[in-house]
Design a protein around this ligand. Sequence first.
Ligand SMILES: Cc1cc2nc3c(=O)[nH]c(=O)nc-3n(C[C@H](O)[C@H](O)[C@H](O)COP(=O)(O)OP(=O)(O)OC[C@H]3O[C@@H](n4cnc5c(N)ncnc54)[C@H](O)[C@@H]3O)c2cc1C
Length: 319
Amino acid sequence: MSPSQPGLPRPPFKTTPGSAAAFARTLPRPAAMSATAIFATAALAAGAYALYVRRSAVQAEGLEGRPPFASFGFRSLKLQSADVVNHNTKRLVFELPDPAVKSGLTLTSALLTITFPGGSWLPTVRPYTPVNDLNDKGKLEFLIKHYPNGKASTYLHALKPGDAVTFAPIPGYKWRANEHAHIALVAGGQGITPCYQLARGILADAADRTRVTLVWGVNTDDDIVLGAELSDLAAQHPGRLDVVYVVSKPEAGSMHVAGHVTREVLERAGVKKGAGDVAKVFVCGPPAMEKVLVGGKGPFGGAGILAELGYGKKEVHRF
Ligand SMILES: Cc1cc2nc3c(=O)[nH]c(=O)nc-3n(C[C@H](O)[C@H](O)[C@H](O)COP(=O)(O)OP(=O)(O)OC[C@H]3O[C@@H](n4cnc5c(N)ncnc54)[C@H](O)[C@@H]3O)c2cc1C
């Protein structure tokens, strides 16, 4: 029976199952009060944060002449173009406030997008790594894959030129030229973007002689969205970049390794401590792939493939 039927006491206010108020009402009184206070404080903090982000985004207009992401801060950038790359990926190009100025991002840094899908008060915050040359002036270019029901990627795929998005920079791994003779980048799906940015940055630096082996796992041949760029880089820098594509559902006649990024695939690519000179491994991929590679969280997470291949925690970096 519903409590709203005649003769039954009505609740003092409307709740939905799972709401803060409903949760608070299941607790003893002092605990219920503190839970309500916590939810109220969290809601206030989220509201203030959302207002702050929206306000500081507007302030990005005073940035002419300065690299907008050289220091931490929220910047709003306008979408210049959105082009379909394949069945699930778009190339989004954003204008920097000053067309004559670089972004200020350094190698391996990424940007957080702060979006409010569906007008929500709570922001959705996700990292994305630009794929254009960091020396480019006036623009940032991203390859964004759409995940079905993915909050940020659905929002970003729906943007039209002229729409604005708020970004904040996040520093990445501090790359130092020639720290290692040879590194491996292991990417899954759209996890290629930080790996590509690093490979490209290393090869663009004439003083950096690091060799790079990239092992990239994708679902289909069509998902190899940076294939032409990687072939160009390998051709321009002979002996410096090896790329192994691993395709789980290859098309007939595919030239690539079929299956997943396994221990055997990595070993064959030379990613094994002591067997070659790969001293450091960088990883970026979907959570399930990263777990297989680096092990689960906590003391019972288990060791991943890279530990089995001899790499200690300090020799593996997750973007
Ligand atoms: C350092 C870094 C850089 C990144 N750069 C890029 C980039 O340049 N381009 C890009 O498209 N993405 C990039 N990503 C991934 C991106 O940050 C988001 O995780 C992705 O867009 C999904 O967010 P969402 O809000 O759309 O999906 P959510 O709402 O978070 O999730 C929706 C569904 O998608 C699944 N899902 C979420 N993330 C992934 C994932 N990475 N792989 C597989 N399934 C997933 C979830 O399990 C869930 O089922 C990067 C991630 C990191 C850590």
